[in-house]
Write a protein that binds this ligand. Structure first.
Ligand code: KL2
Length: 673
């Protein structure tokens, strides 16, 4: 009898309630992510949720921001990563629900009944349906209530906010429908920014969901401005010949492989499990990509099954062609480069595996990918031409102590870029190098890429990436000359030895004058045995001009810089790369952040591009560049560490990776022939 009651009555009721809980949690995510009618606020003084913020609310917001910001000055937090709020699974169920953030905490303590604690100005009502739900749950046994968690409280709270919500086109792709809750990337955001004309917004009309006025307005805190840099680009001809540029946007994005979350769950303790769910993150990431609408997309940490089952099919439907390279060994993620087929045609694709058996310096499973793309000009420009574009993408080893490996990995990638980008005339076509280099700005690895050379001999390996200071470690690994053995086949100038040698023998080793000397040497004048004898013709010996030397002069005119290091203990490359970002936010006076491991902000992701070095007398200084054939026209601003702290770090409900995406717009010179 008891069994029957349990099976047929209590279990279905419990399941129903669980379904309710899930539905309301989704509902709450919606509320958090719902786009307000305002697109941007300065210092949180602008209206949130389309309603003016009362003075008290503003004060609370300010207090909350200050409290958050006060904790997170870069220098402080760098030394105290443990400040990241960590919340265990159990706390999720007992305490306030996850997305409840510090601001909400000011108003609703976990112990409180919820809305009674809210300031009276905040208009909150309980919808009749939800009220009923609360009453039902209130009368449930304690265990049932615990199973439901405090989501119930949140689900029951509904504001009287402006009913105006985002109007959105219905989904055209099934994958997008998976979680219609995601409203993070609403069309309203594109108004100031511009680059998403004609984009389809892949979420359903969610007019029934209203944002809670006191929730973190993620989309506003994490607002990123589009910075137009075309005026700064030192290109006098740009304004007069604005039409002569082939424009495209490049995104670099480490999307955080799901398997890596599972391997290092301790890194994501500050995140609610629901926002770490792949289907939630996938929908959000896809919408973000679609919102910024890049023509070239360089992704890192792309899990192979997610790539083939979801990303590749969806991105193909969005007009991309995609190329993927998985990491070697047992790693399940890799790098992808996707390009809009309407804009580019693939000339070549070269995956690069950094793992080399038997070489300690290359014993890790990271990879890179190098494409050569031909930009497709519109037919109206039929008689014009544009140079191919080399696009490289990589995710370099994380281990902060093994800078030696990181440098060798970069050298392998640069050798492949050198090979791919070198044109018939020996010059390089424009290059874009994206990736997560797991190295911070102005670290030796960064300087190597940007300045084209690095003296490494004797350098502690941990110093190379600048991620952490391990100088206390008495057993420091030092970089010694040569950094990698010659058997690797890569020169100190980050070029393939094989290519150098063939080039040298083909074109560079002997000068024209040197080769001309052979016209008069005895061997050259001797008639080959199988050549018909025509007297006076095939047996004629040319007269040696009087000034020609009898003996051949051996001239060693091979380029010593081409293949061998100019300076022992150093490595070089000749690609002339500079960063699309400055790594500093002048208005905020603090560094740009692309990721926040354990609550510590850092830049490790980059978009480098080819530029022209400006000649300087002091070669030791940071190299100066000006735009060449490839012009940086703009980029999407990055955020500061304190801003990300106020959004509970990364990932959060709005940003579904532990990295921010980088986005830069370029113009490629179109020429007349
Ligand atoms: O920094 V990353 O995060 O570029 O987003 O790249 C690596 C790290 C990624 C692939 O190896 O996994 C992360 N502590 C923190 N993060 C780690 C660790 C670790 N010990 N190991 C790997 N990752």
């Amino acid at each position: 009898m008891i069994g029957t009651v349990l099976c047929y009555v209590l279990l279905p009721v419990a399941r129903l309630l669980r379904a309710f809980r899930d539905a309301f949690f989704t509902c709450r995510k919606n509320m958090l992510l719902a786009k307000s009618t305002t697109t941007h606020i300065d210092g949180l003084s602008a209206p949130i949720s389309g309603k003016p913020v009362s003075e008290e609310q503003q004060a609370l917001l300010q207090q909350w921001l200050e409290e958050g910001a006060g904790e997170v000055h870069a220098s402080e937090s760098a030394s105290k990563p443990e400040k990241v709020p960590t919340i265990s699974e159990a706390e999720w169920l007992e305490g306030p629900e996850l997305l409840m953030t510090s601001l909400s905490d000011l108003n609703v303590s976990p112990q409180s009944g919820g809305q009674e604690q809210l300031p009276s100005e905040v208009q909150i009502e309980t919808s009749p349906g939800l009220q009923e739900f609360v009453e039902v749950t209130g009368s449930l046994p304690a265990e049932e209530r615990e199973a439901l968690g405090d989501n119930a409280i949140w689900a029951a709270v509904r504001t009287q906010a402006d009913p105006q919500m985002v109007e959105a086109a219905p989904l055209s792709t099934e994958v997008w429908i998976e979680d219609p809750a995601v409203l993070a990337w609403s069309p309203a955001q594109e108004t100031d920014v511009g680059p998403t004309e004609g984009a389809v917004w892949p979420f359903q009309n969610a007019g029934q969901f209203q944002p809670l006025p006191l929730e973190i307005p993620y989309h506003e805190i994490l607002w990123r401005d589009w910075e137009d840099l075309s005026a700064q680009a030192c290109i006098p001809e740009l304004s007069s010949e604005a039409g002569s540029l082939f424009e495209f946007r490049v995104m670099s994005y480490n999307i955080l492989a799901q398997d890596l979350i599972e391997q290092s769950p301790h890194l994501y303790m500050h995140c609610h499990p629901d926002i770490m769910d792949w289907s939630y993150r996938f929908t959000n990431l896809l919408q973000e990509i679609q919102h910024w609408d890049p023509e070239i997309l360089c992704l890192q940490e792309v899990q192979e099954n997610h790539y083939w089952e979801q990303l590749e099919p969806t991105l193909t439907m969005m007009g991309f062609a995609c190329i993927y390279k998985r990491r070697t060994g047992r790693k399940t993620d890799g790098c992808a480069i996707c390009y809009k087929q309407s804009k580019f045609q693939l000339i070549s694709a070269s995956p690069v595996e950094y793992f080399r058996p038997g070489l300690d310096i290359l014993n890790r499973d990271n990879v890179g990918l190098v494409l050569l793309l031909q930009p497709l000009l519109p037919e109206s420009l039929g008689d014009k031409s544009v140079s191919p574009l080399c696009v490289a993408n990589t995710h370099v080893l994380y281990n902060p102590r093994r800078g030696d490996i990181k440098l060798a990995q970069m050298a392998l990638l640069l050798a492949e870029v050198d090979k791919t980008a070198k044109m018939a005339d020996g010059n390089y076509c424009p290059i874009i190098l994206c990736g997560d280099l797991n190295s911070v700005p102005d670290s030796p690895l960064y300087k190597f890429i940007r300045n084209g050379q690095l003296y490494y001999h004797g350098m502690p390996a941990w110093k190379v990436s600048g991620q952490e200071d391990f100088c206390q470690n008495p057993h420091q690994r030092k970089l010694l000359t040569p950094l990698w053995p010659s058997s690797l086949g890569i020169t100190d100038s980050c070029q393939y030895v094989s290519l150098c040698q063939s080039k040298k023998s083909d074109r560079r080793k002997y000068s024209r004058d040197f080769l001309l000397q052979f016209r008069y040497c005895d061997v050259a004048c001797e008639r080959p045995a199988d050549l018909i004898l025509l007297e006076g013709v095939t047996d004629a010996t040319p007269d040696r001009p009087a000034h020609w030397p009898k003996e051949l002069t051996v001239v060693n005119n091979s380029d010593p810089d081409l293949c061998y290091s100019r300076y022992p203990g150093s490595i070089q490359h000749g690609l002339n790369l500079t960063s699309a970002y400055s790594h500093f936010l002048p208005e905020r006076g603090c560094p740009e952040i692309t990721t926040m491991p354990m609550g510590v902000g850092a830049t490790v992701d980059y978009i480098f591009y080819s530029a022209k070095p400006v000649k300087s007398d002091n070669e030791e200084c940071r190299r100066m560049y000006q735009d060449g054939a490839l012009k940086l026209l703009g980029h999407l601003s990055l955020l500061s560490e304190d801003i990300l702290w106020s959004a509970n770090g990364l990932p959060n409900p709005f940003c579904s990776s532990d990295h921010l995406c980088l986005l830069a717009s370029f113009g490629l010179q179109i020429s007349d022939f």
